[in-house]
Design a protein around this ligand. Structure first.
Ligand SMILES: [Zn+2]
Length: 130
């Protein structure tokens, strides 16, 4: 059995933030990409209650190619939503939009590690301009 320290959540977040900081910017990685708009809606695990929604135009020079968003569950451990792959695939195929749904694979909270997953849902739509 793997023992989780009390700070598992903070440690995971820190490592992921470091990985993000170390990645190339979107502008560096995807030279062809000129604009990117994201439309994100966060839902509870049942997918019926929307907790929040954000829509914005990404600053390609500042945003990183490890393209991830925090899970809205404030106790989630080891989860979050990573759209890096979806983004890379869509840009490679020169698609104008990409949309879908991701399910958070973290643990619901620190007492459910190894038993209950978070399973919060992110529904996303990415719009690309070249
Ligand atoms: Zn989560």
């Amino acid at each position: 059995m793997r023992h989780q320290k009390l700070g598992a959540r903070a440690e995971y977040r820190q490592a992921e933030e470091q990985r993000t900081r170390d990645s190339a910017s979107l502008a560096e990685k995807f030279g062809k990409l000129k604009t990117l708009t994201v439309d994100l809606a966060f839902y509870n695990p049942e997918g019926v209650t929307r907790n929040s929604q954000i829509k914005y135009t990404v600053n390609l020079a500042n945003a990183k190619s490890v393209f991830r968003f925090s899970c809205q569950n404030s106790e989630c451990i080891g989860g979050d939503f990573d759209l890096s792959e979806e983004l890379a695939k869509a840009v490679a195929a020169r698609r104008k939009t990409a949309s879908g749904e991701l399910c958070c694979q973290g643990w619901r909270n620190k007492t459910t590690i190894d038993t209950v997953r978070c399973h919060n849902i992110l529904r996303y739509k990415l719009s690309f301009g070249y």
